[in-house]
Design a protein around this ligand. Sequence first.
Ligand code: ADP
Ligand code: MG
Length: 253
Amino acid sequence: PQPGAPLLEVERAVKQFGGLRAVSDVSFSLRAGEILGLIGPNGAGKSTLFNLVTGVSPATGGRVTLGGQDVTRLPARQIHRLGVARTFQHVHLQPDQTLLANTMMGGYARGRAGLLASLLHLERAEEAALHHEALRQLERVGLGPHAHTLAGNLALGQQRILEIARALVADPTLLLLDEPAAGLRYGEKLELITLLRRLRDDGVTILIVEHDMNLVMTLVDRLVVMNSGEKLAEGNPDEIRAHPAVREAYLGV
Ligand code: ADP
Ligand code: MG
């Protein structure tokens, strides 16, 4: 998509878990080339919103469109194939597999019928292409020299970067990051900011959930603030810092 073109549209999204409305009537949109931050206290509904955008756990109400296409009811695999990749709040890696093998899994997931079927049906040429692509993405995020190390040997910060490489193998237009800086040291956070800016400059649109306010305010173009399942505010970092309801409910000032 052209920079600035509407990419993701979430319209009055609702996610009901029994009696709990984890996401309640939330609307926002994301333009190609933007970095949008999603913030709010624990339990605000941020990860749930990620799950309904990615099809992991679909909305019980409202609509999600991607480049104008309604994806509200599409399975995760199909949304992934449309160019949406993500990382999870808790690291999802195979510790006894190499970085290369872990990164390649981001491509299998995009296959026709899930991981197992893809492994069985993957042509040798496809396998070679995926291998090449995984190495390329590891180099892109700075983990190239460790391609043949076991993922379990990495420090937490590097594991989080590895998850980004795995998401990038699918060549996403939209990348969703759920607390990518959790547990990272200061220097690793600076490297993460540099990496995410570089990805954006390469045409990847980014939606990021992050608790580190310094990091998020430095990185993003706009923010959506959630509280108790609802959208509390939306705006650029200066507007959010000055927003009375945000200061009261979230920043605690
Ligand atoms: P956040 O990521 O903002 O911390 P979540 O989206 O994880 O918040 O959770 C929002 C609310 O929804 C919380 O009250 C949480 O307990 C609830 N919740 C999340 N997932 C489920 C689920 N699968 N079943 C029931 N309740 C859930
Ligand atoms: Mg969460």
